[in-house]
Write a protein that binds this ligand. Structure first.
Ligand SMILES: NC(=O)c1ccc[n+]([C@@H]2O[C@H](COP(=O)([O-])OP(=O)(O)OC[C@H]3O[C@@H](n4cnc5c(N)ncnc54)[C@H](O)[C@@H]3O)[C@@H](O)[C@H]2O)c1
Length: 450
């Protein structure tokens, strides 16, 4: 057993951590609400729930069955409640406000990714961490995903020698990818573009696999499918005149939870969960490629697409002594049952089981130079983000982690992941390479943990 990174935060002798949640939407109520209470109820007690939408915070309270106070004013919650740990699951561009206020009260804060959406907010969070006695925990659940942990372990064991380059291509399908364009993620001012909202996961994985900090980023991107790129559009799917013609028509009325969480509370803030993905106001990219150079000289080639017929990824690690690779979701390669593309993202978010699917496995192939390849069939776990949500919570709330792989992520990790996305966004907008050191006062290190 490794010394867990967050053990100093644990309450001794059966005491429970007093937790408060800001942002009682989908992620907040599922992982940080129901799942937390069901699996870690012996370690935590809720002392406050806050959301800017009064209907949604009330719905969350009923859903969780907790009798703590609810708030629409965050400052009031922070002022009135005795909080050990604040959990931040709001819209991305608002994370900084809650992180900084929490740290300035010297309480521990766990935040969802991306840590923030621009370099000024990133610097402000770094400064707040420096002056606080509290600790910021970055909830990078992908790191804890079982297949990613396996890959990290193989890299750490020098399976293919020192890394020299990594190729990562991520494919969001026409359900999951499209869904980002239906709501706030489609606006830069809210989600910072998918280079922050989505790719922060992937950039963090890369930083963690490579074990070094990014130095320089060059990127291209465009919006070619969603947003203004269509001849028709409506207000939302429920009221649209084009449901017969629209290949992206989505009937929210079939999802009872979404009706209660979002539609019934639209009257308070106008947040439409099934907004039109052809809205003219959408100003993010729907295709992106990013080149990253690391301080230890590793080079990365990354791409993200948002309207693939299938959901999945390919990753390959080129080492001085060979190559290690795997993939997921490629229909003609998948070992096991066919997937229903419309259900894959629901499975990812599902917290009801984190166990392996018996008929499927991850195919990991490693080949050392001048030798034959080795094929590993690694147990396939897909729900709860490759099982990562549970392993991450085990470390955060129980201080348990049986790997020695630096899973626990802090403010520096959160910063380095978003700084790649911010640099990529600037690079696309301004047509130039961007140096990470020019964005905040963090100086990229050759060895991330050195
Ligand atoms: N790690 C993961 O795998 C993962 C998965 C899903 C979502 N997330 C993250 O979780 C966060 C929430 O995503 P979601 O899908 O639940 O979105 P959501 O829209 O369902 O929920 C966001 C909530 O924040 C509230 N909110 C917005 N501004 C606020 C403010 N100023 N004060 C208080 N409340 C405010 C909204 O009313 C809403 O209830 C995002 O940061 C997202 O990136 C992470």
């Amino acid at each position: 057993m490794v010394t867990p990174a967050f053990s100093s935060m644990m309450k001794g002798a059966g005491g429970k951590q007093k937790v408060a949640l800001v942002g009682t939407g989908s992620r907040g109520t599922s992982l940080y609400g129901k799942f937390l209470l069901e699996e870690y109820g012996d370690m935590v007690e809720f002392v406050g729930l806050c959301d800017i939408n009064p209907g949604r915070v009330k719905y969350a309270q009923d859903l969780l069955g907790v009798n703590c106070n609810t708030y629409t004013d965050f400052d009031k919650m922070l002022d009135k409640e005795d909080i050990d740990m604040l959990m931040v699951t709001t819209v991305d561009s608002t994370h900084d406000e809650f992180i900084i206020k929490g740290l300035d009260k010297n309480i521990n804060v766990v935040t969802e990714k991306p840590m923030t959406t621009d370099e000024k907010k990133c610097q402000a969070i770094i400064d707040a961490q420096r002056r606080s006695k509290g600790k910021l925990i970055m909830a990078f659940n992908y790191r804890y995903g079982q297949v990613f942990t396996k890959l990290k372990d193989m890299i750490a064991q020098k399976e293919v020698g020192d890394l020299v380059s990594v190729d990562l291509n991520w494919y969001l399908n026409t359900y999951h990818g499209a869904d980002y364009f239906r709501r706030w993620h489609g606006l830069r001012e809210k989600g910072g573009t998918l280079l922050l909202h989505k790719s922060a996961h992937h950039f963090d994985l890369l930083n963690w696999f490579i074990g070094s900090d990014p130095l320089e980023v060059h990127a291209y991107g465009a919006l070619e499918k969603y947003g203004k790129n269509n001849s028709f559009r409506g207000d939302n799917c429920r009221s649209c005149d084009f449901t017969d013609q629209c290949e992206f028509y989505w009937d929210i009325t079939k999802k009872e939870r979404y009706m209660k969480m979002y539609v019934e509370n639209e009257k308070y803030d106008g947040y439409e969960r099934d907004n039109c993905l052809y809205r003219e106001e959408i100003d993010i990219f729907d295709k992106m490629v990013v080149q990253i150079k690391y301080a230890n000289n590793v080079q990365v080639s990354y791409s993200l697409t948002t309207y693939s017929p299938f959901e999945g990824f390919r990753i390959a690690f080129n080492g001085k002594d060979g190559r290690l690779e795997t993939y997921e979701g490629i229909p003609w390669r998948v070992a096991g049952a066919e997937e229903d593309q419309s259900k894959i993202h629901d499975k990812e978010m599902d917290q009801s089981s984190h166990t392996r699917e018996k008929t499927k496995y991850h195919e990991i192939v490693s080949q050392r130079n001048f030798e034959d390849y080795k094929r590993i069939e690694f147990p396939y776990v897909r729900s709860g983000h490759w099982g990562g949500d549970k392993l991450m919570f085990d470390e955060i709330f129980r201080g348990k982690n049986s790997f020695d792989l630096n899973h626990a992520a802090n403010v520096r990790d959160g910063s380095m992941a978003v700084l790649i996305g911010i640099a990529a966004r600037i690079s696309i907008d301004e047509g130039r390479a961007v140096k990470i050191a020019d964005l905040t006062d963090l100086i990229p290190k050759t060895n991330k943990w050195g």
